[in-house]
Design a protein around this ligand. Structure first.
Ligand SMILES: [Mg+2]
Length: 253
């Protein structure tokens, strides 16, 4: 096994979308961290990582925790565990002007298109520092409500296109099932993986990436396109099975 580091997408790779790691995955990650550097990279912010990943890990010693690299918001932020717990090694934020223009543009276009909902689960707009996120039904909307709001992805795509026209200097992307993310241009998981390589000194060709959306329309695809070795999974159960095969090989090396 030539991999120095294994990086995972979070939603629908390690856990159901926005949900805590299932027991089996938490246990497997704990095992993996005994021998191998592990990264989790996702569009979500650190608080989401805390709820989904950090709080679900089994009891681990400092050495194992030091092998875990967390990259919220596609690696524009980077968190490690040290003497004082989890802290940001770096965080690249949008400027105040970029944030304000992004917030204004997405609200204006959502209202104009009739997508500005009044019954929501939490705030629609969120300032994630390096990313502005629009969530049509709020950040905490249940999965079934989100699926019902835009089953074909038509609304999300229309909003994305309209906002992109107003913000030619920023990147406007479809995020989760009902969300649109605005970041600096060129920020995707490939950007995060490159930053990870820079900051750890581990070459990209010694990394393996595991994700559920490696198809050309998927948010994991940029990692594949940059040439990193990838393993595609259909969901966390598939990842658990993969880790069940991989971990004994890593221990044996
Ligand atoms: Mg995913």
């Amino acid at each position: 096994m030539p991999f120095e580091l294994i990086a995972f997408d979070l939603d629908d790779t390690l856990a159901p979308s926005k949900s805590p790691l299932p027991d089996e995955i938490a246990h497997r990650l704990g095992e993996l961290l005994q021998t191998t550097e592990v990264c989790v990279i996702s569009g979500g912010q650190f608080e989401q990582f805390r709820k989904q990943v950090v709080d679900r890990l089994p009891q681990l010693d400092d050495e194992a925790l030091a092998r875990l690299h967390l990259m919220p918001t596609c690696g524009t932020q980077y968190f490690r565990h040290g003497e004082y717990g989890w802290s940001a090694v770096y965080a690249e934020h949008l400027t105040d002007d970029e944030k304000q223009r992004a917030l204004d543009a997405v609200e204006e276009e959502a209202r104009r298109l009739g997508y500005w909902e009044t019954e929501t689960w939490g705030p629609i707009l969120e300032d994630r520092g390096s990313q502005i996120t629009f969530s049509a039904l709020g950040q905490s909307a249940p999965v079934d409500a989100k699926a019902a709001w835009d089953p074909t992805g038509e609304k999300k795509n229309a909003l994305r296109a309209a906002v992109a026209e107003l913000l030619p200097d920023l990147e406007v992307r479809s995020g989760g099932s009902t969300s649109v993310d605005i970041t600096r241009k060129g920020i995707d998981k490939a950007y995060g993986m490159q930053r990870l390589s820079d900051v750890t000194g581990i070459p990209l060709d010694e990394m393996l990436f595991v994700g559920d959306r490696l198809d050309p329309d998927g948010n994991d695809y940029p990692v594949k396109a940059m040439g990193v070795r990838c393993h595609e999974v259909s969901g966390w159960e598939d990842t658990a099975e993969f880790l069940g095969e991989l971990i004994p090989q890593l221990i044996a090396r």
